[in-house]
Design a protein around this ligand. Sequence first.
Ligand SMILES: [Zn+2]
Length: 347
Amino acid sequence: MTATADPSLAPPPAPKPPDHNRTGIDFRRPMPRPKVRGIVIDFHCHLLAARHAKDWFEAADHYGIDCFLTMTPLEEAVHLQRDWPGRVNFIVVPKWQDITSTTLSAWLDDWRRRLDMFYNLGSRMVKFHMAPSTIQRRNLKLDAPELEPFFQSIVERKMAVMTHVGDPDTWYAGKYTDTAKYGTREEHYAMWERVMQRHPDVPWVGAHMGGNPENLERLQSLLERYPSLSLDCSATRWMQRELSARRDEARDFFICNADRIMWGSDQVSGDDRHFDFLASRWWVQRKLMESAFIGRSPIFDPDLPEEGQTSLRGLALPDEVLQKLYHDNAVRFLNRIGVRFDHLAQR
Ligand SMILES: [Zn+2]
């Protein structure tokens, strides 16, 4: 038989790899648990619905992650707490779906009621999402007088605060260039600091490396000036991009501030996010923290051009630093506000 060029016999074009796995990794290959005594805690994530939990915990178990501080809508919280006892603790969040459909005062009233209900479910930390786009949409700043009753309530109940202030430099250079509308990064940090100055004793988490992994000097200064402040290192695409870009400096920062950083993923569940998607986040986060991996990240970064995607550069943090990031710092922080993941504590 002679080979003829029959186009109908040509192999179909290879399917485009998914954005969570551009490099064809088998996320089901075993990976040893992090080398940590005790439970591994993901300090910042979004398990949004009880129906997402099966895939979530399957992937979490595969990557050795035990317990979660999650920003779950109140409507889903009871179901999750009942089905996964001891593995989730909820961070108080408002009803985000209503952010533009209600008046500010009705939205805040609802949030206050949610705070009470979350508190009764064991929540001891309140999240204020104050990214530039959120401030603009809700027309509410962190230092607004309308939020002062929240802070009074937080102080009275000895709760903690998590804030999202700032966004990636790539966004300030892109979607936030209208500074009359969105403000500047300096204004956003001045706003944050005014409120931390008012409440110096409140245990505080600056989400996503304080919203500015591009500027470790700023973070160092914040940590030095605000002793109650800790950072979480969540947000996979943002951290893989910016920590890899300044790998040695970032490694020094993590080692130098090893008592002040909690590990978190910012994993967000979804109806179309199954094992492989969820695994991709924890795979990258663990490679970034624990290994000296150098190579293309499996996760596509829409903030970078196709030809300039992130080359992951692992921090290879020392074991004693990983122990603090994955466990010790979270446990100590949670102890201050009366939260324990008891039933797994012996693990
Ligand atoms: Zn988040």
